[in-house]
Design a protein around this ligand. Structure first.
Ligand SMILES: *[C@@H]1O[C@H](CO)[C@@H](O)[C@H](O)[C@H]1NC(C)=O
Ligand SMILES: *[C@@H]1O[C@H](CO)[C@@H](O)[C@H](O)[C@H]1NC(C)=O
Ligand SMILES: *[C@@H]1O[C@H](CO)[C@@H](O)[C@H](O)[C@H]1NC(C)=O
Ligand SMILES: *[C@@H]1O[C@H](CO)[C@@H](O)[C@H](O)[C@H]1NC(C)=O
Length: 223
């Protein structure tokens, strides 16, 4: 029979092991968002998606194309980067081989003045649109990449998830061993501790009151 000491030691080992796993995830909000997405999919008996570093880096470049303009994410002035940007700008900035770019099968994009935890960004921003569930649960997706970025100096905070139907070994192939890191912002799949890239609430500049509300948009697109 296990002595109380053994049980105590086991508990400590178990606690520290789970703390390590959790840190690995929470140190990068984009990785945590991917974990949230995959647990939502698997709870609905869908496949877990491969976390692609190259695709995630492109998701951060996609955010940067908005140049901090929350108003261009949703509402009447909604815009999206031209498809040609993927090969011309996003892939080279990430060190992703342009020839390995694979169709994007869905995306979720949201922007908000306040930083929230990834699980809240998922449920309160990205999944608020009517089409979001359909995008999330599409059976054609095989891989995912997520990114979060503040603008220089703080708000607004952008969240972007890109889905693709590529094969993990020949889509979004990196020229080097890892995707090129750029700041500010974090992307998933990079083994990159990135909590510091998101401004803490004390440094967040207030977004003008007129657009302080939630701005989120989600829809399909193809390239
Ligand atoms: C998946 O996320 C949606 C949106 O937040 C939620 O309504 C749904 O209950 C989640 N599904 C599971 C199985 O957790
Ligand atoms: C979602 O759909 C409902 C019912 O079809 C509609 O009333 C609502 O305005 C829609 N919301 C958005 C954000 O499109
Ligand atoms: C999945 O891909 C097939 C083939 O390209 C397409 O016909 C179908 O509409 C897609 N399904 C969804 C849910 O997007
Ligand atoms: C990728 O994986 C598939 C199956 O897992 C294999 O058939 C294919 O040869 C691999 N391609 C490369 C470029 O490694």
């Amino acid at each position: 029979m296990a002595s109380p000491i053994t049980i105590l030691v086991l508990c400590i080992i178990f606690t520290s092991a789970s703390a390590t796993v959790q840190n690995k995830v929470t140190d990068n909000p984009a990785d945590e968002l991917v974990a949230t997405i995959n647990s939502n999919r698997t709870a609905s008996k869908l496949t877990s998606l491969y976390s692609s570093q190259g695709l995630a880096c492109i998701a951060l470049q996609y955010i940067k194309a908005y140049q901090g303009d929350c108003g261009a994410v949703g509402g009447p002035n909604a815009k999206k980067p031209a498809d040609s940007k993927f090969a011309e700008t996003f892939a080279p900035n990430c060190g992703v081989e342009a020839s390995s770019l694979t169709p994007i099968t869905g995306r979720l994009l949201g922007c908000q003045s306040k930083y929230v935890k990834p699980s809240e960004a998922f449920s309160e921003i990205l999944m608020k649109n009517n089409k979001s569930m359909e995008i999330l649960q599409n059976k054609n997706h095989t891989e995912v990449g997520a990114a979060v970025s503040a603008s220089d100096g703080g708000a607004p905070f952008f969240w972007c998830v890109l889905f693709s139907n590529g094969k993990s070994n020949n889509s979004f192939v990196l020229e080097g061993t890892s995707a090129k890191i750029s700041r500010p912002g974090c992307f998933s799949g990079a083994n990159d501790v990135c909590s510091g890239a998101v401004a803490s609430s004390s440094t967040v500049r207030l977004w003008p009151a007129a657009v302080a509300g939630l701005v989120a948009l989600a829809y399909f697109f193809g390239i």
